[in-house]
Design a protein around this ligand. Structure first.
Ligand code: CA
Length: 239
């Protein structure tokens, strides 16, 4: 079955070649140039992934992203213009999975789409992880803090999962990009810092005095194991 992509973009110089490329790659693509048409398309059928432009003739793509997130965790990739600050563009509450900055290469975008879709479909059968007051269940894809559920986007979940599975040790930036983004990732990794800051806010963490996620400058990030507890998978009673 062909995977369906809804492309919400009003600039034909972008949407036409991109839709053509994605169709040649085997996706079924529907292009809509306005928020209103995107809403009716979504009412008819939820696609497998949404590519969403920020500035549309009848409004702001971010509003549509927020509406979608109330009822669906369909992957959303924001198409942003150069010069827009990523933090401001995406925002914590938006729940977008990724973004690309125009002008982007259709080939790179389709590689990222495939990585997002692959991650969404692969069955996770690994065991739940509990560290301090944070619990993460890879099967149910749920996270709780002191028993209270925390809502994460698929990408935030994968990021936290990778860090918690390696708790106590530094996970290098390149390793995170490979695992959570795309094995062929190239270019800037600012998106990682943005997602880490969203994750910290959702966990109630502080970058300067971290309880959960510590930055190891220039290297990567480490999930902190509280004193007196074991990291995941560590043998007990050794030494
Ligand atoms: Ca636009």
């Amino acid at each position: 079955m062909r995977l369906r992509i809804l492309l919400v973009e009003d600039e034909e110089t972008i949407s036409e070649p991109l839709a053509g490329h994605l169709a040649r790659e085997g996706f079924q693509v529907e292009v809509v140039p306005t928020l209103a048409q995107a809403r009716s398309a979504l009412e008819r059928e939820m696609p497998d992934l949404i590519l969403l432009d920020l500035m549309l003739p009848d409004g702001d793509g971010r509003d549509l992203a927020k509406e979608i997130r109330r009822s669906s965790d369909v992957p959303i990739v924001m198409l942003t213009a150069r010069g827009e600050e990523i933090d401001r563009v995406l925002g914590l509450e938006l729940g977008a999975d990724d973004y690309v900055v125009k002008p982007f290469s259709a080939r790179e975008l389709s590689a990222r789409i495939r990585a997002i879709l692959r991650r969404g479909r692969s069955p996770e059968r690994r065991s739940p992880i509990q560290i301090g007051d944070i619990s993460l269940d890879p099967g149910a894809r749920t996270v709780t803090k002191a028993g209270e559920p925390i809502e994460l986007t698929p990408r935030e979940f994968d990021l936290l999962h990778l860090l918690m599975a390696n708790a106590g040790r530094v996970v290098r930036r390149e390793e995170i990009m490979d695992e959570v983004w795309d094995p062929h990732w190239f270019g800037p990794t600012k998106t990682l810092d943005v997602h880490i800051s969203w994750l910290r806010r959702k966990l109630g963490d502080d970058a300067h005095e971290p309880r959960y996620i510590a930055t190891v400058r220039g290297v990567g990030f480490r999930f902190l194991v509280p004193e007196g507890t074991e990291g995941p998978g560590e043998p007990t009673g050794s030494g």
